[in-house]
Design a protein around this ligand. Structure first.
Ligand code: KIV
Ligand code: ZN
Length: 397
């Protein structure tokens, strides 16, 4: 079996649908550009039946990045699948991702359907999706709370119906690594090379990354994840953590992805500027403190040799030199570099205003400005700029 693990990014779908994370189409396009630079294998751009905005975003991302595989989500219904297929019409490498819940608790209380009905609907949905696209993924929602025999039966049936990827989500973050690994191992063995087994873990018990890795060790070859781990409730599996674990601990986990690790931090920063919150300061890889050494003993060791307290070189994830603080003595150049690394490409005029405000604040400070604060100033300037140009347009109309 190949050691290549495919990264299916769902920041723009599962991530975007969670509180405080809405993005409009231009914002999704900006984020998609960074995700493409990051080297994700698949971009899930939306759930077209859910809203016109999602439909438009799938269409726009498909047109803007024709060389990238673009996925659209659909329930196992004709209406959903037709809508997804239509949104993907411009895509050169479209994937319809269709799903239905398979656990008894969802069947009984949510769907009010029998196991046989769900199996029949899953098969029919995959067959219908295949009339539009060659690449169909099927997800058994709440797979980890589904009876394993029934789950295996559904997986085999959807593959026979034409699904190329079978995803077994831990929808409610219920599973633990050993258990999830065993489930994935069983399904991977049963499907052999007829389909790629995919994983999609939520982080309700803080195990999304650990569960995804256990799955890979047991035969999964696609991981669904999001930047900064955003997503429903406690979020999805964090893309940056998965990518760096596989890169840094290749000795124990000999698998590889196409992720360009230097793009991780810029992607995280851009996302934070588009939604209403950033990662917590102590978040691995992309948090503001992820590479800060504060305690005396740590600082002492670090200054003697970085490897004493640093297992990831900040530059390898795109954290710019000296990212933590930029002081009043920092020049325009350093400020511009920092802004670019934070995902801001300011015009010359905006940069002039930014520099003036930055030095004014830095002058009053002893400690300089953190990246977060610099990003905040830049956001204000960009927003003021767009409001001004909108008012100018209204005045001109
Ligand atoms: O968490 C989940 O089960 C999902 C599916 C729609 C893939 O997001
Ligand atoms: Zn999910």
């Amino acid at each position: 079996m190949s050691d290549r693990v495919y990264i299916f990014d769902t920041t723009l779908r599962d991530g975007e649908q969670s509180p405080g994370c809405s993005m409009n189409t231009p914002e999704k396009l900006r984020m998609a550009e960074r995700l493409v630079a990051l080297g994700v294998d698949l971009l899930e751009a939306g759930f077209p039946i859910a809203s016109d905005g999602d439909y438009e975003a799938v269409d726009a991302v498909s047109r803007a990045f024709p060389w990238v595989q673009v996925a659209a989500l659909a329930r196992c219904t004709r209406k959903d699948i037709e809508r997804a297929a239509s949104a993907l019409e411009a895509a050169k490498r479209p994937r319809i991702h269709t799903f239905i819940a398979t656990s008894d608790v969802h069947l009984q209380f949510k769907l009010k359907k029998s196991r046989q009905q769900v199996l029949d609907e899953a098969v029919a949905a995959v067959q219908l999706a295949r009339t539009y696209v060659d690449d169909v993924e099927f997800s058994a929602e709440d797979a980890t709370r589904t009876d394993w025999d029934y789950l295996e039966e559904v997986c085999k049936a959807v593959v026979a119906a034409g699904a190329r990827t079978v995803n077994l989500p831990d929808t409610v973050g219920w599973s633990v690594p050993e258990e999830y690994g065993a489930l994935i191992g069983r399904v991977a063995k049963s499907l052999g090379d007829t389909a790629v087994v995919s994983v999609h873990c939520h982080d309700d018990l803080g195990l999304a990354v650990a569960n995804s890795l256990a799955a890979v060790q047991n035969g999964a070859r696609q991981i669904e994840c999001t930047i900064n781990g955003i997503g429903e409730r406690a979020g999805n599996c964090s893309l940056e953590e998965i990518a760096m674990i596989l890169k840094v601990r290749g000795d124990r986990l000999p698998y590889h992805t196409a992720i360009v690790s230097e793009e991780l931090y810029p992607a995280s920063q851009l996302l934070s500027s588009l939604i209403t919150f950033g990662p917590q300061p102590n978040k691995a890889i992309v948090g503001a403190n992820a590479f800060a050494h504060e305690a005396g003993i740590h600082q002492d060791g670090y200054l003697k040799n970085k490897s004493t307290y640093e297992i990831v070189d900040p530059r390898s994830v795109g954290v710019p030199e000296g990212v933590l603080v930029l002081g009043k003595h920092s020049g325009r150049h350093a400020l511009k570099d920092r802004l670019v690394s934070l995902g801001f490409n300011l015009t010359k005029d905006e940069l002039d205003v930014m520099y003036e405000r930055f030095t004014a604040v830095a002058d009053r400070r002893k400690k300089g400005l953190m990246s977060e604060e610099i990003a905040e100033l830049a956001r204000e300037i960009v927003e003021a700029g767009s409001t001004e140009s909108a008012s100018a347009q209204v005045a001109g109309d």
